[in-house]
Every structure is written in C-alpha cells, then in structure tokens.
Design a binder for this molecule. Sequence first.
Ligand SMILES: Nc1ncnc2c1ncn2[C@@H]1O[C@H](COP(=O)(O)OP(=O)(O)OP(=O)(O)O)[C@@H](O)[C@H]1O
Ligand code: NI
Length: 334
Amino acid sequence: MTALLSISDLSVRYRRDGVEVPALKGISLDVLAGERLAIIGESGSGKSTLALAVAGLLARGAKIGGRVDWFLPASAGAKAPLSVLPDISPSRGEIGSSAAGSLLATSKIGEGGDRQLISPLEGEMSGRTEGGATERLLLMPGGNTPRLGGDIGFVFQDPSSSLDPVMPVGKQIAEVARTHLNLSWPQAYAKAATLLERVRLPDPDTALRAYPHQLSGGQKQRVAVAAAIAAGPKLLIADEATSALDTIVQAEIVSLIRRLVSEDGMTMLFISHDIALAATLADRIAVLRHGELVEFGETGQILNAPRHAYTRSLLAAHLGLEAEPLLDRQGASA
Ligand SMILES: Nc1ncnc2c1ncn2[C@@H]1O[C@H](COP(=O)(O)OP(=O)(O)OP(=O)(O)O)[C@@H](O)[C@H]1O
Ligand code: NI
C-alpha cells in the first residue's frame, strides 16, 4: 500500500501559564492509503494533538515542528481557497470553539507531480460564530491540499458539541455536501437522506428534520458520522468517537464506522485510550506515551508480541479487567 500521508519528526508544544508543555516529541509515521490505523495511549499522551495536527486544527499558539506530507491524487483537494467545516469542536476545551488554529499549509509539486506538502509551520485558520454555531475556516493557499470536511472527515467524542443545537440534522449534513460537492440544496438534502439511511437512523425522512436534542447519544453520533463522510473524505479521523457512549452503543458505532470505512474505501485514523477496542478495528496500532511513539506495528503483532513494556502493561491492564481474548471482540453488527 502507498502512503496517504507521511508525518515526519512532528513535535507540538503548547504554552500554558507561560510554560511550554511538550505534547508530541518527534513523531514519524506513515498512514497508508486504505488502512485503519489506531492511535492509542493514556490520557495526555498526545493522541488528540496528533489527530488535530493531521487535520490542521491545532490551537493557535501551539508550536509545531516537523511536517506532514499528503499524497493526494491530483483530482482531489481544494478548488477554492477556503474550506468550511460546520462546528465540530473538540468536547473538552482543548481548543475552544472560538479558538483559532494555526496551521501551515504550503503546496509544493514534488517528483510525481502530485505530492502535496502541508508543513505545519505557518498559515492561518479562523473561527466565526453564527447563530450559536461555529465554523472553522481552513485557509489553503490553493492547489490540491487536503480540505477539512472535504478530504478529511473528523468525528469528535461528544456529538452534542459537534452538532448545532438549533439546526435540523438533515440541514447540517446537507451543508457539508453542498459546500464540498457543489450540490444544490435539493441535491444536498437527497444526499443527506441517503447518508441517514447509511448510518441506519430509524425513519431517515423524519430524522432529516429532527433537532439534535430529539436524538439519543448514539443517534447523534451516527449523525456526526454522516456529516463527517458527507463529502466523501479520503481520511476519516475518529477521536474517542465512542468514549462517551455505553458499551453496547459503543460497539454499534464501531461497527458502523468499520462498515462505512470499508464501503467507501476510506483511510481511517481511530484514536482511543482503549487498546482492546482499537484492536477490533485497526490494521495497525501506534502506541503513544508522554508524546512519544513507543511502539508501532500490525495489530496482531502488538497484541501477541508487544515489544515495549508500556504496550504490555496496557494489554495486562485490559486482561486484568476482562478475560476475553482481544481479537475475538469483533463487535456487534452495525
Ligand atoms: N490547547 C492546549 N493547551 C495547552 N495544553 C494542551 C492543550 N491541548 C492539550 N494539551 C496538553 O498536551 C498534552 C497532550 O494532550 P492531548 O489532548 O493530545 O492528549 P490525549 O492523548 O488526547 O489525552 P485524552 O485521552 O485525555 O484525550 C497534555 O499534557 C495536555 O494537557
Ligand atoms: Ni484526546
């Protein structure tokens, strides 16, 4: 498999109370086109920082070193200089909804003529508020650099914070399709209805007109997934997308994501603190600890022959809780 994106020596430091906090330290890894890659590690290990860096959503003020190179086909990428993403703010205040990000987006034609370089060192992102919803604007200098919402779909932990409470969910999904696929409103609504069917919402036609508060947590997360994939992204990033849900709903959403990723041939970045859950979905697992990549390998190798003591301790902690063999947990049907 070829790489969809390549992360080289990526370092991120946040500034807090005048002190710099290192969140990622020299991470290098390739994300292969079509693979499902899990990023795991305990709270504070830098998982979300890695996901946000890939998506160009890091908080303004974060100091970034290294680079992220994308290898998008020439037909993909931004046609317009701005890409608009409906509010999908992280849920725990890591980046406030009005916070702007800082991202470097430069575009460079490489050897193959289709190499895209996104170097996270300059560039600009801004947020704006409209009727309670925040939109993130990702400024791209042109060329076929990845577009958040278009080339990258992002699902956060808390669906309530990612959906606009005062807009029917059908409109929120349609908006993504309209913006990124240049559809008319009727076409975009038709697409939204199809997506609500694909994420198995009961009675999709009624659900189109529903407001988020009329849906359960699991149903809201299905809507958030529908919005994330509405423009047919190459990469779907799910950052603890099932952590706020109870175990049964969690298994259903994991199965849903697995099915959609496979049906649409998407590449997946699955962020989780739960190695067992990650193992049910991932082809490969990257283990982060204190901002460092301590282990990276095929899921089978990580589970059966972990090389790093920290990975072994994560597995032991899981096995201490439940005696089920990890690889048998393939989850409920979606
Ligand atoms: N916006 C921010 N400003 C300052 N420090 C931050 C910010 N976001 C994250 N950090 C710090 O960076 C480190 C990595 O955080 P990050 O959110 O990436 O970890 P995580 O692995 O996603 O954790 P969790 O499992 O709790 O979501 C932590 O020390 C965290 O406190
Ligand atoms: Ni996180």
